[in-house]
Design a protein around this ligand. Structure first.
Ligand code: 5AD
Ligand code: SF4
Length: 440
């Protein structure tokens, strides 16, 4: 009987895409994907350690798998991702029923692990793959993609920024860019397969190319892949405000497939906090880049990440973050309460903020932004916008859903044959998180 695998993904787009690579490896080995843990022979938990909450979710899920292993001793359980990298084989101590622990840089190790036929229940060996994997960024792994219209392509791994709050440089290691030819080939393949929109993935895409011998920077990469026919839209995440160059802004302006949307995490509006966070820019620097973006790229949508309650954040510092939201008028934000992360510099800073104060600040930020986002969405009523049709709407399967180039979700009544096409939709209604329209 064909063996079945199930992957439970926690965390960011990087992790979701890593899970597509794991699924590619398993499928290549003849395993079949199954929707849940119940009838799986192999379960992978692909973990996230960015905030404590993400970690807790993983630990309770892993706790639940104890019973599954008791019922089926042949079940194989792997823990992958950022917690795996940080906790390593200490996970075996607390959860002896785990078989394999692998870090984000060692996804390719699943291939030999899954092919290891010696691993019967009686002769079970627990193994890890956590070491620095020098050639990982030059490997092309098989990928089982989730959609048929939009796809992700990794362009770099790791991060060298060491923001004081962030665990990523410790879990995903040093920054390494994939060779441009490998990215180009992957793009060509995706175009052949009929994908229309590609999102380039990396922790800091603006510093793409730093480690490469070839003369290749991020704007140069965009220019090269822009030439590939069939791909209609190109997006990228995530950008660091310090490394966002004038050259990139010009490339965004001049390359029509590059979407008019930028996710540019500001984190705080206070220079004191930005300095403590080791972000490498002041709010004034950030605003100058924002002005340049808005002056060069018509109707560009900007989104951001905010952390409230970073150690030392006074009421005044927090006010500056609220002012920043008012001044910049983002299209949308992701806001988080500061969460202590093992091994990071911020742990040792003085003046950690009370949990209740953090919660209060988070609600204020979200409330203010909701009004701004809604206002921005309302301003689009009456406009005709180009939508890339993705499929049925999750909330209303009678309707189709898609996105504008500015990354706004639009639901509309349309024809299923339009899935994968660009259609023009007139915006008729604005909601908090989406728009409603009709095809023109
Ligand atoms: N606590 C809260 N938020 C965090 N982020 C990263 N680390 C932490 C942390 N320790 C947020 C940042 C980042 C986003 C991906 O997650 O805002 O941009
Ligand atoms: Fe993604 Fe960071 Fe979470 Fe790792 S810790 S999964 S890189 S968000």
């Amino acid at each position: 009987m064909t063996k079945k695998f199930h992957i439970h993904t926690f965390g960011c787009q990087m992790n979701v895409h890593d899970s597509e690579k794991m699924a590619g490896i398993f499928s290549g080995k003849g395993l079949e994907e199954t929707g849940g843990t119940d009838n799986a022979d192999v379960i992978v938990l692909n973990t996230c350690s960015i905030r404590e909450k993400a970690e807790q979710k993983f630990y309770s899920e892993l706790g639940r798998l104890k019973k599954a292993k008791q019922e089926n001793p042949n079940l194989k359980i792997a823990v992958a991702g950022c917690i795996a990298q940080q906790q390593g084989n200490t996970i075996f101590k607390r959860f002896p029923y785990v078989d394999f622990i692998l870090g984000p840089d060692n996804i390719d190790s699943l291939e030999s692990w899954i092919g290891d036929r010696k691993q019967s229940a009686e002769h079970r060996t627990q193994t890890t793959a956590l070491k620095y994997n020098p050639g990982y960024h030059t490997k092309t792994l098989p990928i089982k993609r989730e959609g048929r219209v939009r796809a992700w392509v990794s362009i770099m791994y790791g991060c060298d920024n060491f923001c004081a709050y962030c665990v990523v440089p410790y879990t995903r290691g040093r920054e390494r860019s994939r060779p441009r030819a490998d990215i180009y080939n992957e793009f060509e393949l995706l175009a052949e397969q009929g994908f229309k929109e590609i999102t380039l993935l990396g922790q800091n895409v603006n510093s793409y190319g730093k480690n490469l011998a070839e003369d290749s920077d991020f704007p140069g990469l965009l220019e090269k892949i822009h030439k590939i026919d069939g791909i209609q839209r190109i997006r990228f995440v995530t950008s660091h405000p310090r490394d966002l160059s004038g050259k990139l802004i010009n490339a965004m302006r001049d390359l029509p497939k590059v979407c008019e949307h930028l996710h540019l995490p500001v984190q705080s509006g206070s220079d004191k906090i930005l300095h403590l966070m080791n972000r490498g820019y002041t709010f004034e620097d950030y605003k100058k880049k924002m002005d340049s973006l808005r002056n060069n790229i018509n109707n560009i949508a900007i989104t951001t990440d905010i952390i409230v309650g970073f150690p030392g954040e006074s009421d005044k510092d927090f006010e500056l973050t609220l002012n920043a939201l008012l001044e910049i008028e983002y299209d949308g934000i992701f806001a988080f309460k500061y969460s202590k992360r093992p091994g990071t510099k911020a742990l040792n800073l003085p003046d950690h903020i009370d949990e209740a104060v953090k919660s209060e600040r988070l609600s204020k930020v979200l409330q203010l932004q909701e009004a701004i986002t809604f206002q921005k969405n309302k301003a689009l009523i009456g406009k005709t916008m180009e939508i890339l049709v993705e499929g049925a709407s999750a909330n209303d399967p009678e309707k189709l859903t898609g996105r504008t180039k500015t990354n706004k979700i639009v639901n509309f009544c349309g024809d299923e044959k339009d899935i994968g096409d660009l259609v023009k939709v007139e915006i008729l209604e604005a909601r908090q998180h989406s728009l409603y329209g009709e095809t023109t």
